[in-house]
Design a protein around this ligand. Structure first.
Ligand code: FA5
Length: 356
């Protein structure tokens, strides 16, 4: 083959390759063009290379040199086309996959505390400002702390197995002092006073007590709009010289006013009975829902600590007096938010919980 003929076919091929690479509008099209022109086995360039062998011997060096120049040129045109497509967004990607930095970011859904946890934190905060320290007690209790030391005699209906969650195997093992899920936070009154007395030197008077305790309590109550088998109580205890019922009333009023903010809150005391307080009262608070319904809701019990309780833990009832109260946390939370059914707090319906 004459040199001129070989160079002509080489130049024609270079022009075709340039057009094919320049007109490729996707990575797939460019790859197809690369295989067609630069493919190692049957690409057009490879075919032309095979024609080198037929060139007259004297012209072979010139033909080989030109072939190499064209090959380098075609390869560099392929690379340029590759860069052009990458600059346009990768070619292979669909327009919808491209990242648009001007779009607003995705809003992350951030969770929040359960309304009961919010209520508990707020209560601790308010009572803390009134000088009450928050303490905790165990949820599995023994007979002494849940009943005996609280002046609840063996025959009292509050000890009935139908009124409590006794731990059956533990009851057998501990004989006289069965274990149960505590039915009230008043157990913590006993634990705190016992500890104060234990830490007091012989012959000294134990120090005053000013605590609150917030936690879960358990009763086999049938769930209805205002009862649940597991609920929370806030217990308050103040023991000191000269404490009176007037102090109890002031603290509870102050607490309610602070908790419910500037809103007008009425607290009502009704005479009642608890084995561990004398005299005892039920504490009611007025409530109003969004539909204009209103009434009184029982929040808890309270009273002056019974001298028998003070004596049982080692305080001298001739020297000190005290008041105690135990309020239902759910009832207060419901009163605050106008919730009319306690069960809604534990159904874990996010549509309900996210409102608070
Ligand atoms: C007591 O538990 C006493 N320990 C309170 C007390 C403490 C009195 C200190 C005197 C001195 P009572 O059983 O009434 O009392 O319960 C107190 C409050 O817990 C109730 O007023 C109510 O608000 C709430 N409560 C009682 N049972 C349930 C229940 N099943 N579900 C939700 N809340 C309840």
């Amino acid at each position: 083959m004459a040199l001129a003929e070989f160079l002509e076919s080489l130049n024609a091929l270079a022009a075709q390759a340039r057009d094919a690479f320049a007109s490729a509008d996707s990575a797939d099209a460019l790859e197809a063009a690369r295989i067609a022109f630069l493919g190692a086995k049957s690409g057009h360039l490879r075919q032309v290379q095979k024609g080198l062998g037929k060139v007259d011997k004297a012209d072979k060096p010139a033909a080989g040199k030109r072939f190499n120049e064209v090959k380098v040129l075609v390869e560099s045109e392929f690379e340029q086309a590759q860069q052009r497509l990458a600059g346009e967004g990768g070619g292979r990607e669909e327009a919808s996959d491209r990242f648009d930095v001007t779009l607003p970011g995705e809003t992350l859904r951030i969770g929040h505390l359960h309304p009961i946890t919010q209520t508990i934190r707020e209560m601790k905060d308010i009572m803390g400002r009134l000088g009450f320290t928050a303490v905790e007690g165990p949820e599995i209790e023994d007979d002494w702390h849940n009943f005996e030391a609280l002046n609840i005699p063996l025959s009292h209906p509050a000890r009935d197995p139908l009124e409590n969650f006794y731990l059956a195997s533990a009851a057998k093992a501990s004989g006289e002092n069965p274990l149960l899920l505590r039915s009230q936070t008043s157990t913590v009154q006993i634990r705190v006073m016992e500890q104060q007395v234990a830490e007091t030197a012989a012959g000294e008077s134990p120090p005053p007590v000013r605590i609150i305790s917030l936690g879960r309590v358990y009763r086999p109550d049938t769930a209805d709009a205002t009862h649940y088998p597991m609920f929370h109580q806030i217990e308050g205890l103040l023991v000191d010289r000269g404490v009176t019922m007037a102090d109890l009333k002031s603290v509870l009023r102050l607490f309610c006013q602070s908790y419910f903010g500037g809103e007008e809150v009425h607290v009502r005391f009704r005479p009642s009975f608890f084995p561990f307080t004398e005299p005892s009262v039920e504490v009611d608070m007025n409530w109003r829902d969004g539909q204009g319904n209103e009434g009184w809701m029982e929040m808890g019990g309270a009273g002056m600590v019974d001298p028998n309780v003070l004596r049982a833990v080692g305080y001298d009832p001739e020297e000190v007096t005290g008041f105690a109260f135990g309020l239902g946390v759910e009832r207060i939370c419901m009163r605050q938010h106008g919730i009319t059914d306690i069960r809604a707090l534990y159904q874990n319906d996010v549509r309900f919980l996210s409102q608070f």
